[in-house]
Each structure stands twice: as structure tokens, then as C-alpha cells.
Design a protein around this ligand. Structure first.
Ligand SMILES: [Zn+2]
Length: 296
């Protein structure tokens, strides 16, 4: 169970927590508060490996704390913890909601599987040339699904440095796609913003690298929904969001129709940020600048 994983150190012990636990909260007689029984249920959050939502239920109140999450509206029905015995969505009184991408500029993201399929084709071509592959990610964690898919489809693991390995080796059954042995692979998890120099992130050297940058923010106001974009012969940018897009956020809220929604880190407002028409021009400018920079 990990929340806010990009900001955690993961140096502690990994624990397994049962799906549902009954907790007794002692009463506070001087404040006229009775003893309360709360059922706490953990629901997979789809953000990074081990990420969960917390569902708190008392006899008369239900609160869902999503934490960082990404779930497509079409998949919500699969989450048993969020449905009653008749398979209907549970009644939620208060929802604490991850609104990282609530702005209008993040209306849609491609599915992670679409982005990965497109990325795998690029890596596959690169493997034929003998180049190394550098995977650069926007956040520290949340790409375990990427590593596992590369391993599953191409039979190659991703080399991670000691810092990441200290964590991943504890959950190697969940992340079989990583290794700390550089002899095992030509793909590494890159710590460099400079796509040309990898001498400190992998011990072995290659004549050339394919630099793959995974992020979501760059895709603001994209109206093409392209999962990847080739920036230069040696660089590919991949749209990979570990938080819900704006339409996924609204879909999630609409599915449960909670009485009250409290957004974090942004307020939950249905119309927030720049409008699409205005910033498409900005997107055009941004793309021209990026192409100029990386293709020159
Ligand atoms: Zn690197």
C-alpha cells in the first residue's frame, strides 16, 4: 500500500494489508462522541504499483479517499469494493478526489496500453540497430506497468540504479521487469535530462541511445490523442498518465454521484483552466519550439 509514491522514500518495510478491516474508534465522552466502528477497505487505485484508495464506512456514512489514481470509467464496474451485493455503485457521502489533471487542457489521455504498444514498436526497431535505450520518466514511481510490459513483450528487463533497486527488489514478484544487472539488458531507467550522456546512469556504453521520455503534462490540449511523438531520430516522447484525465475524473464522479466532492491538489470545479480553442495555438508554438530544439 503506497500513497503519494513519488514523494515517498520507500526505505521502510513492505507490508501486506488485508482488503477490508474493521476498526474501532474509541469514544470521547467529554465531547459527546460515541465509540464508532469503521470498516476500512483498500481498493486498487491504478496509479503505481501498490497504490490504493481508502474506503471508510460506518453505519451511516461512507467516505472514499482516492489518493492518486487512474481508472477509466469503462473499468469502474470491475472494482468489487466500490459496489454493493447487487453490483450497484455504492452510495458515497464524501469523496476526496485526485484532481491533478482537472484542468480543461487535460481533457483526454490515451490509454496506457495504447502508449505502451506504440512505444514497444519503437524499442523493437531500436533493438535491431544495437543502440541502447534510455527510459526517462517524469516521476520517480508509477511506471512499473511499462517495465513489466517491455519484459513480457520483448523479453528485456529495464536496468535500474541502486536507489530504485533497494525498493523494487523487495517487491520483485510485482515488478519482474526490472534488474540491477546491467549485463542483462540494454534498456535503462534514465536519470538524465540530457539525452546524450548516460555514463553515470548505466555502467556500459553504447554508440547511440534511443531516448524515450514518458510524461503527461506535455500533452496538454492535444487534439490528436497521439500516444507518442518522434522528436528526433534519437528521441521519442510518450504520453503516459498515472492520474485520471479530466474526462476520467468527471466520469468517476458521475458514476458514483457523491453528495460532496473535495478535490486535491486542485479544487473540484467542472470548468477550470484554459479553454481548448485558446491554447491550441500555444500548443502549435510549443511543438515548433520543441521540434526546433531537438531536431537541430
Ligand atoms: Zn541514462
Amino acid at each position: 500500500m503506497f500513497q503519494n509514491c513519488s514523494r515517498s522514500s520507500f526505505q521502510g518495510k513492505i507490508v501486506e494489508i488485508p482488503g477490508s478491516t474493521l476498526v474501532t474508534l474509541e469514544g470521547i465522552p467529554e465531547k459527546n462522541i460515541d465509540e464508532t466502528y469503521v470498516t476500512v477497505t483498500l481498493v486498487p487505485a491504478g496509479h503505481c504499483v501498490g497504490a490504493v484508495m481508502f474506503l471508510f464506512q460506518t453505519i451511516n456514512t461512507t467516505v472514499l479517499f482516492t489518493g492518486d489514481f487512474r481508472i477509466n470509467e469503462k473499468d469502474i464496474y470491475k472494482y468489487a469494493g466500490l459496489h454493493d451485493v447487487a453490483e450497484k455503485p455504492i452510495k458515497i457521502n464524501t469523496m476526496y478526489l485526485d484532481t491533478t489533471f482537472i484542468d480543461l487542457v487535460y481533457e483526454n489521455f490515451p490509454k496506457r496500453s495504447q502508449s505502451i504498444d506504440a512505444m514497444l514498436k519503437e524499442i523493437e526497431s531500436c533493438l535491431l540497430t544495437g543502440s541502447g535505450v534510455a527510459l526517462h520518466t517524469s516521476a520517480k514511481y508509477g511506471y512499473e506497468y511499462v517495465f513489466n510490459k517491455i519484459y513480457e513483450k520483448l523479453g528485456r528487463k529495464v536496468y535500474v540504479n541502486e536507489d530504485r533497486w533497494r525498493f523494487y527488489r523487495k517487491i520483485s514478484h510485482l515488478v519482474p521487469g526490472v534488474t540491477n544487472n546491467d549485463n542483462e539488458t540494454i534498456i535503462h531507467l534514465c536519470t538524465k535530462r540530457n539525452e546524450k550522456n548516460h555514463s553515470t546512469c548505466i555502467p556500459r556504453n553504447y554508440p547511440q541511445f534511443l531516448y524515450i521520455h514518458l510524461s503527461a503534462m506535455k500533452w496538454m490540449n492535444s487534439n490528436t490523442f497521439k500516444p507518442i511523438q518522434r522528436m528526433s531520430p534519437t528521441r521519442v516522447d510518450v504520453c503516459f498518465a498515472t492520474h485520471c484525465s479530466r474526462s476520467e475524473i468527471l466520469g468517476f464522479v458521475n458514476y458514483f454521484k457523491p453528495d460532496k466532492v473535495i478535490g486535491f491538489p486542485n479544487p473540484y470545479i467542472e470548468e477550470r483552466g484554459l479553454k481548448r480553442g485558446n491554447s491550441l495555438r500555444e500548443e502549435g508554438k510549443l511543438e515548433s519550439m520543441l521540434v526546433k530544439r531537438f531536431c537541430s
